[in-house]
Design a protein around this ligand. Structure first.
Ligand SMILES: *Cc1c(COP(=O)(O)O)cnc(C)c1O
Length: 372
């Protein structure tokens, strides 16, 4: 058996030792005589898995006690609707649009109330950066401010210094307006100050586990204000009251996420991840920037993502050959998103330094064979 070096954007590669553990206990989970996916979500075995997963996530992100953790379904995409249903309360919300995902969030929210485009960095259909913090004129009466902290398709990330400047300006000019963030593609890639946010959401299939579970971390005072027409299942208050079990939760996906959390703790948590993630990103961007223009990444240096690295080659034909040759060399998942084309290497937590070193070597070799 060989496992390829997997640079898929999502669903993405999972740590091999997590998959091995799942495989080992797949048929008989801890002597219960059944798989964890075959037993009641309210039974003792699954409840223990569920509670441990939440406890480990709370520890990894140092989530304060006045925040609830919800395990829901529908992906980050459903949060684009569920957040405004629960938080708008007849008011308006501000949106920062920096790529495909924040644009979708903005358009979806407009169905449930007033969504104001606070800033967009779209230029001629392309996104290359975050807006200057000093240019942002927040609505001090807004129900919330929405930001996607890592644009998976465009490779634009709000790093810690940006987050610091943004939250400082927000609390100065619009005190009390909570920041809501879509962190789907970089959660757990670095330490995070949860208290800077009112609500954080992320689908699992990038950095957390298999597709099927979405996690919402929400400050208590933002719960209980849902519009009356909000479906029972989508009201955060109901989800809190029934500990995410109004209906059957995605038990197997939660179990897998729990295995990833536990492994992450063993590996030194988010600080250790941040260090290796920085190393990986630095190596890959250096390979792009040092290629005499053969490989190009157009994102502003300060906003380059440590998780998703999109790049182009001189033409589409070379890009197609790059993907094909890479696959033959055991490097998979490198084709860029269909909306932007090109190449994209997603280097999430589960992608090792060795995988990135192998990719960089392949890139140098491919360039020497195809440079013209
Ligand atoms: C993948 C992704 C989404 C969509 O997630 P689904 O779980 O497919 O709904 C939303 N936002 C970001 C930043 C993403 O990376």
């Amino acid at each position: 058996m060989t496992r390829a070096y997997n640079f898929s954007a999502g669903p993405a590669g999972l740590p091999t030792d997590v998959l091995r553990q799942a495989q080992a206990e797949f048929l008989d989970f801890h002597g219960i005589g059944a798989s964890i996916m075959e037993v009641s979500h309210r039974g003792k075995a699954f409840m223990a898995v569920f509670e441990q997963a939440e406890a480990d996530l709370r520890e990894l992100l140092a989530i304060p006690n006045n925040y609830k953790v919800l395990f829901v379904q529908g992906g980050a995409t459903l949060q684009f609707a569920q957040v405004p249903m629960n938080l708008l309360g007849g008011r308006s919300a501000d949106f920062i649009v920096t790529g495909t995902w924040s644009q979708k969030a903005y358009r979806e929210a407009a169905k449930y109330g007033t969504a104001r485009l606070l800033a967009t960095t779209e230029e001629g259909g392309a996104f290359r950066r975050l807006p200057e913090v000093d240019s942002l004129a927040f609505d001090p009466k807004a129900a919330y401010l929405h930001l996607c902290t890592n644009e998976t398709i465009h490779g634009i990330e709000a790093h810690e210094d940006y987050e610091t400047r943004l939250t400082e300006r927000l609390s100065r000019l619009a005190p009390g307006v909570p920041l809501v963030a879509d962190m789907s593609s970089h959660i757990l890639s670095r330490p995070l100050q949860v208290s800077r946010y009112g609500l954080i959401y992320f689908g699992a299939q990038k950095n957390v586990g298999p597709a099927g579970v979405t996690i919402v971390i929400v400050r208590e005072d933002l719960i209980g204000h849902a519009a009356p027409t909000t479906p029972t299942l989508l009201d955060y208050r109901n989800l809190v009251a029934d500990t995410s079990m109004i209906n059957t939760p995605p038990t197997f996906a939660i179990y897998m996420a729990g295995l990833v959390f536990s492994r992450l703790k063993e590996k030194g948590g988010t600080a250790a991840m941040a260090e290796i993630n920085r190393k990986k990103a630095k190596l890959l961007y250096a390979a792009i920037d040092g290629s005499d223009g053969f490989y190009r990444n157009a994102v502003d240096l300060a906003c380059r993502s440590n998780m998703n690295v999109p790049f182009n080659l001189p033409d589409a034909e070379l890009e197609a050959r790059f993907v094909k040759d890479a696959e033959a060399a055991g490097l998979i998942g490198l084709k860029g998103h269909k909306s932007v084309g090109g190449i994209r290497a997603s280097i999430y937590n589960a992608v090792s330094l060795e995988a990135v070193e192998t990719l960089v070597k392949f890139m140098a070799d491919f360039r020497s064979r195809n440079f013209r």
